[in-house]
Design a protein around this ligand. Structure first.
Ligand code: LLP
Length: 400
């Protein structure tokens, strides 16, 4: 891919997604699961661009959604309704209603109270709601605390005892059809054991439920497969699948998973142009036209993203902080990286920006969101226009 040409053609800041790389990731995972029935439901939150979702639908993926907005995006992009899961710890009544009307695969429930609301809304609509329950197995995913979700101290899911109680209630309700079970213990997980342990805990619960004549059809192992940003040891998809299969042996369930980052993270790039360099005598700063409103991961989690200066040149490197124009010291992409000297309009490539990049972007400092481009088979397409000033003020009212 010629990033310099793309940067010149579409201007910066710019996101570029390699759709062929996404295909490859999807196929690798699907292949690892081939010994069982499986459904890969892409976690829309990682990158919800409609063209990305359309690509997922062409690959045969379903979607894991956490708002009715995401459900609508998935449907709009052509994901079949019977492959859409709606998760989330705080669904509104209107969202539950719409999801039931749209007849998606299942609602993934996170509390007893939520289950009661779903039942009463199902009654109002005269339908039977297909549900799954998110079980919190109290397992440490050993990842960043902000993206760890499988411990009792986290707000997600219900404990084993409550889950069992909920399944019994659901079984006895004419309004609920308990078809699935689910866990999601965190994101950017680079060890196999937490996945294996959580699968085992839930598989035992499924066996227990079977003895109570509750037959779970979808066993959802969530998302969370870590990727390499720097030098992390990642889990092989083969080992991941095998560990899950081991615990599921003897169970006739469709293995469902909800990868976000794994599918799109390394397939995306963020391009930003250099505006200025300055050295205050203590430190060298390289100031670029992208900022934390475009890609917030370094500011929010201290996340590492590899940075590469495009174009051939000679010279000595020195340490620099790469920073954006926003009025916050937290507005940086990298700190103390070795970089050659730069000049105005040089392009920086920020890697592994396909997941939680654009989807977490904002208009902070009244900065229009970046354009997005898809790349496949040597061709490129604009898949989202750069936001204009008019776009940003479109919803505001003039009170004067
Ligand atoms: N399923 C559920 C229920 C989730 O909450 C998530 C992510 C996923 C699937 C997908 O997880 P993945 O495969 O992408 O790890 N903004 C953070 C990540 C937040 C993840 C939230 N939940 C970041 O930039 O690292």
């Amino acid at each position: 891919m010629d990033f310099t040409t793309l940067a010149k053609k579409y201007k910066t800041p710019l996101y570029v997604y390699d759709f062929d790389a996404i295909t490859q990731k999807f196929e690798t995972l699907k292949n690892a699961f081939k010994a069982r029935k499986s459904l890969i439901c892409y976690a829309v939150k990682a990158n919800s661009n409609l063209s990305v979702l359309k690509h997922m639908s062409q690959l045969g993926a379903g979607c894991d959604c956490v708002s009715i907005g995401e459900v609508k995006r998935a449907l709009y992009a052509g994901i079949p309704k019977y492959k859409i899961i709606f998760s989330g710890v705080g669904k509104q009544d209107s969202e539950i209603k719409e999801a039931l009307q749209k007849d998606i695969l299942m609602l993934n429930l996170e509390s007893e109270e939520e289950m009661q609301r779903v039942a009463s809304i199902a009654q109002e609509l005269g339908v039977k709601a297909r549900i799954s329950i998110r079980v919190n197995p109290n397992i440490d995913a050993k990842t960043h605390p902000y993206i760890s979700t499988g411990l009792h101290e986290n707000k997600f899911g219900v404990d084993l005892q409550s889950a069992k109680k909920m399944y019994l209630q659901a079984k006895n309700s004419p309004l609920l059809d308990p078809v699935g079970i689910h866990f999601h213990i965190g994101s950017q997980i680079t060890e196999l054991k937490p996945f294996a342990d959580a699968t085992k805990v839930l598989a035992d619960l499924v066996r227990n439920l079977q003895s109570l004549d509750i037959n779970i059809k979808f066993f959802d192992v969530g998302g969370g497969i870590g990727i390499r940003y720097k030098d992390e040891d990642t889990i092989s998809t083969y080992d991941y699948a095998q560990a899950i299969f081991d615990s599921l042996s003897g169970l006739d369930v469709t293995l469902t998973c909800e990868p976000g980052r794994y599918l799109v993270g390394n397939s995306g790039y963020f391009l930003t142009s250099i505006l200025y360099e300055k050295n205050n005598g203590h430190k060298r700063f390289v100031i670029v036209d992208g900022a934390m409103n475009d890609l917030i991961r370094p500011s929010l989690y201290g996340a590492y993203h590899e940075v590469q200066l495009l174009g051939e040149r000679d010279g000595q490197t020195s340490k620099a902080d790469i920073v954006g124009p926003i009025c916050e010291s937290g507005d940086f992409f990298a700190k103390d990286v070795e970089l050659l000297s730069t000049k105005h309009d040089d392009i920086l490539l920020i890697k592994s920006a396909g997941a939680y990049g654009f989807s977490m972007s904002s208009n902070y400092n009244t900065r229009g969101r970046a354009a997005e481009v898809a790349y496949s088979g040597g061709k490129d397409w604009l898949i989202r226009e750069r936001e204009s000033f008019e776009d940003m003020i479109a919803k505001e009212r003039d009170l004067l």
